[in-house]
Ligand binder design. Structure first.
Ligand SMILES: [Zn+2]
Length: 267
């Protein structure tokens, strides 16, 4: 069946291999993304078992930037260079002012982000960008776009994009792809953004196991979510976007799949 989930974290799920096997019945491919250095190896192992279906993006979520020394990050970048043939993107990388609130830590996360953009350019790979404003510091997305522009990044996917309409338009004008996560099933803001985003610039993702569209939002909300989102739930987003754009669900799945193949060079 058509459809590519361009951003999920299969290594964060129970029984990753059985998740992959089920996803193979329901989708064309998945891009599993590392947020954490310690997950890279497992992601690459999954790819070696399912080379036609699992594609791997290696990066470091800004949340973890303070956890590693410059030396550790340099050796991680070496590992990415050596794994180049099995890597389809660098990410997730970017800025997050909801997790990283101190200015010196934000500066460090910017430095690492710039290094990762350099690595993507060196290796000829696209970037999977994480950018999230804080409750008070609402400039992370603005700063992210500025750095991408200053560093002349070309192949860019804005993962789970949550910026303003103007920021989205700016990203599209620069040729970036806007990736809509399954949060769209519950968020009017994301539905509005999807309404004005051309299908040619659009990608689908789950960010699973997080952002489960089926997680109850009313009544007793669990303190710890069950992390039950899975890659094939992009079909729920596709259904919703099809309604917004008055297309068929298959059209949405097929066009976003073609976009994903183009940016990640998936045959
Ligand atoms: Zn993610």
């Amino acid at each position: 069946m058509p459809g590519i989930d361009v951003h999920c974290h299969i290594t964060h799920m129970e029984n990753p291999e059985s998740v992959v096997r089920e996803a193979m019945q329901k989708l064309s491919a998945v891009v599993t993304v590392t947020a954490e250095i310690s997950h890279a190896e497992q992601a690459l192992e999954l790819r070696s078992k399912f080379p036609d279906f699992v594609f791997v993006s290696l990066g470091l979520h800004p949340e973890y930037c303070m956890k590693y020394s410059g030396r550790e990050i340099a050796s991680y970048m070496e590992l990415i260079r050596h794994s180049r043939k099995d890597v389809c993107a660098i990410g997730e990388v970017g800025l997050d002012y909801s997790w990283i609130t101190k200015s010196d830590e934000q500066e460090r996360s910017k430095e690492i982000f710039i290094q990762m953009i350099g690595l993507a350019k060196e290796l000829g790979l696209p970037l999977e960008i994480h950018s999230r404003n804080g409750d008070k510091q609402k400039t992370a997305i603005h700063d992210t776009l500025k750095i991408l522009t200053d560093e002349d990044a070309k192949d860019v996917v804005m993962h789970c994009f949550s910026g303003s309409e103007d920021e989205m338009k700016y990203a599209i004008e620069n040729g970036y792809y806007i990736s809509f996560a399954t949060i769209i099933c519950r968020s009017r803001k994301h539905q509005r953004l999807a309404g004005i985003c051309d299908l040619g610039s659009m990608l689908l993702e789950t960010d699973s196991p997080w952002l489960d569209p089926d997680e109850p939002t009313h009544g007793v909300r669990q303190a710890v979510p069950e992390l039950k989102n899975r890659p094939w739930k992009i079909r729920q987003s596709a259904q919703l976007i099809a309604e917004i754009k008055q297309l068929s669900m298959d059209e949405v799945l097929n066009i976003t799949e073609e976009n994903a193949k183009r940016i990640f060079r998936i045959d």
